[in-house]
Design a protein around this ligand. Structure first.
Ligand code: HEC
Ligand code: HEC
Ligand code: HEC
Ligand code: HEC
Ligand code: HEC
Ligand code: HEC
Length: 464
């Protein structure tokens, strides 16, 4: 009996060994030429070229080629961008070609605490450019184009006070001006006609948003959102502001700098907290406390800070309240007080008691987004298909003719869900007058009604 011979299989073994060898070699070479290794090799080459001493050359030659990452427990992410962007912290790479360039202006947000994607978006863990920059299917947060980067600042800072992000402030102003809040909820405030916008920046791309603002019903057929007449600048700014609404919940440290200390944010606090009730500036305001025009000449910065923390600690028996300001708010108020020696600043101050109810009412009109449906200054013209009155939301210019003050207040409180239809066989008009009942407090409602009545063109008022 002879053993069955393996000999006939030998060519197959040789073939398999060859295939295996080929696989191992491909894997080896593919690894050698990984995209990121190219950049790290280029970095080492530049370091070698820069080296002037033997030790420096030696050190450069020993820079390990490896995946580099920033672990960010506070943000729940790991960013590997520095695997290619190796030189972000080396000023000698300032102005060089990406990805081997220094990152300007990053001292306020140290990379070891912030990483990269909290501002830029993209896919932190990826190690190829296309994937990291997020230009791949199934990754819904592609990197923000640089002209929209300011949007991220709004995750952590108050949008309208950031000197470094002017377009963001412009976006917030446009949001107020067009009355978006009349139809949309944002941060718990606003209407129900359109979807909530808290996380809209996470579900929509810059392109989609800009196209939607240009003409909502072209993108979303039958949309009840008005086609506002906006400039390209306003569209860009609104898009930016929307992109900043990502609905992310960031831990305390990251939102600790909501108020960026500046004279401007200090001025806002000064007005909001009613300091003017007790203190005067440029001869306007109260007399319970001293005039504040040149307080920075009377007191040191430290005294002012200590005084805000606890007025009694430096001024025993003081009746000035202990406001419980944060460190940042105190710095902002101090910056504002110091700026008071500049006469241009003082002009901005408004004493509430000097505003007329009509002026205050205009603020109320903006605050609740009435302009979203009734247009700016209550001009009307927003389409409301199949509404009896010209298929538009009515203008508010002439409400003084049809309503008394009390009737107007009642109407605003109760709203009008049932809108008279032009043609009962067509769908009902999409926009109705919300009931503002508990949402607008009595004082604001009085001011609002005074404002509405004032809209009546002057020359026509006399004919009554
Ligand atoms: C595999 C290498 C690689 C990785 C990983 C990488 N990048 Fe880049 N990045 C590049 C290259 C190369 C450029 C140069 C410009 C180009 O080719 O698009 C660049 C350019 C950029 C730019 C400038 C874009 C522009 O429009 O001018 C930004 C911003 C940027 N990267 C951010 C990031 C962020 C954030 C991450 C991490 C999520 C990251 N990169 C990860 C390779 C990489
Ligand atoms: C606090 C927000 C923030 C963080 C965190 C941040 N960046 Fe930036 N980055 C910016 C801003 C803002 C600019 C635009 C700078 C300018 O032009 O003034 C920028 C610019 C860049 C550019 C240059 C784009 C160009 O061509 O001009 C690159 C590349 C870049 N960042 C990559 C990174 C990487 C990699 C990280 C992480 C190590 C990172 N950034 C972290 C905000 C941030
Ligand atoms: C993830 C949250 C976050 C994002 C996003 C962010 N910041 Fe900040 N920022 C902070 C925190 C926290 C500090 C305070 C850092 C510290 O001192 O430890 C800070 C500090 C600052 C300061 C310095 C304030 C001072 O007086 O000390 C400025 C200015 C600033 N940020 C502007 C920006 C701009 C502009 C952007 C957008 C490009 C931005 N930030 C994005 C959280 C953030
Ligand atoms: C209820 C009235 C009252 C309010 C409200 C009030 N203050 Fe005062 N403040 C005083 C009085 C009284 C003094 C003088 C006694 C003292 O130094 O505490 C004073 C003192 C000061 C001083 C020191 C002035 C000096 O020349 O010594 C500063 C600065 C100041 N207040 C700022 C503010 C700011 C900012 C606010 C708003 C956040 C504010 N105050 C709100 C009553 C008030
Ligand atoms: C979601 C859209 C929407 C918003 C937001 C809205 N309105 Fe209206 N409003 C309407 C519609 C639609 C009518 C017309 C009702 C009708 O025809 O029965 C109307 C009617 C009115 C009228 C009666 C006009 C007339 O000629 O009879 C007043 C007054 C009014 N609104 C005030 C306000 C004020 C003040 C606000 C802000 C607090 C506001 N509206 C916000 C949709 C809106
Ligand atoms: C008269 C009510 C109304 C006003 C005012 C209004 N919207 Fe809308 N908005 C809607 C409705 C309804 C939708 C849903 C249909 C659509 O997508 O067009 C919508 C959709 C949106 C969306 C898309 C949300 C998503 O997740 O799909 C955004 C973003 C948006 N609006 C932003 C704004 C901004 C910013 C303003 C102010 C300039 C504004 N809207 C004013 C009614 C309104």
């Amino acid at each position: 009996m002879s053993e069955p011979s393996l000999r006939p299989w030998y060519p197959w073994f040789t073939f398999l060994a060859f295939v295996l060898g080929l696989l191992v070699t491909t894997v080896f070479f593919k690894d050698q030429f990984r995209e990121w290794k190219k950049w790290q090799n280029a970095y080492i080459k530049q370091e070698m070229a820069k080296a002037t001493t033997a030790e420096q050359r030696e050190a450069a030659a020993h820079i390990p080629i490896e995946i580099k990452q920033i672990v960010l427990p506070g943000l729940g992410r790991v960013d590997r961008c520095i695997t290619c962007h190796v030189a972000v912290e080396d000023p000698s790479y300032a102005g060089l070609k990406q990805p081997l360039a220094y990152h300007v202006n990053h001292s306020q947000h140290p990379f070891e605490k912030f990483g990269c994607t909290v501002c830029h978006q993209g896919q932190g863990l990826a190690t190829t450019k296309e994937a990291a920059h997020g230009n791949v299917p199934h990754w819904d947060r592609p990197m923000l184009p640089l002209n929209f980067l300011e949007a991220s600042c709004a995750k952590c800072h108050t949008a309208d006070e950031l000197a470094d992000a002017p377009k963001l402030a412009q976006g917030q102003a446009a949001f107020d001006k067009f009355g978006c809040i009349g139809c949309h909820k944002l941060q718990g405030r606003g209407g129900n006609v359109g979807p909530e916008l808290d996380a809209v920046g996470a579900r929509r791309s810059p392109e989609w948003l800009a196209r939607h603002f240009k003409n909502p019903s072209k993108l979303v057929p039958g949309s009840a959102m008005p086609h506002f007449q906006m400039s390209d600048d306003e569209i860009a700014a609104l898009t930016l502001y929307m992109l900043g609404q990502t609905g992310e919940h960031l831990s305390d440290y990251y939102v600790s700098m909501k108020t960026i200390p500046s004279a401007d944010s200090g001025r806002r606090l000064f007005q909001e907290r009613g300091c003017i009730g007790c203190h005067s500036v440029a001869k306007k305001g109260g007399v319970i406390g001293p005039a504040l025009d040149d307080v920075s000449k009377r007191r040191t910065g430290k005294w002012i800070v200590d005084h805000f923390k606890d007025p009694q600690s430096v001024s025993p028996g003081s009746v000035m309240p202990k406001f419980g300001f944060t460190e940042q708010e105190i710095r902002a108020l101090t910056a504002f007080l110091v700026s008071l020696s500049d006469p241009n600043v003082v002009g901005f101050l408004k004493v509430p008691s000097e505003l007329t109810s009509i002026e205050r009412g205009h603020t109320v009109f903006t605050k609740y987004g009435c302009a979203g449906c009734h247009n700016q200054d209550g001009n009307g013209g927003i389409p409301n298909p199949n509404a009896k009155t010209a298929e538009q939301v009515p203008s508010l210019k002439y409400v003084a003719e049809g309503y008394t003050k009390d009737e107007l207040k009642k109407f605003i409180m109760n709203g009008q869900r049932e809108i008279a239809m032009k043609d009962p066989s067509r769908p009902p008009p999409p926009l109705y007058m919300p009931a503002w009942k508990t949402r607008i407090p009595e004082g604001e409602l009085d001011d609002l009604v005074d404002y509405l009545i004032s809209l009546m063109p002057k020359d026509e008022k006399t004919s009554f």
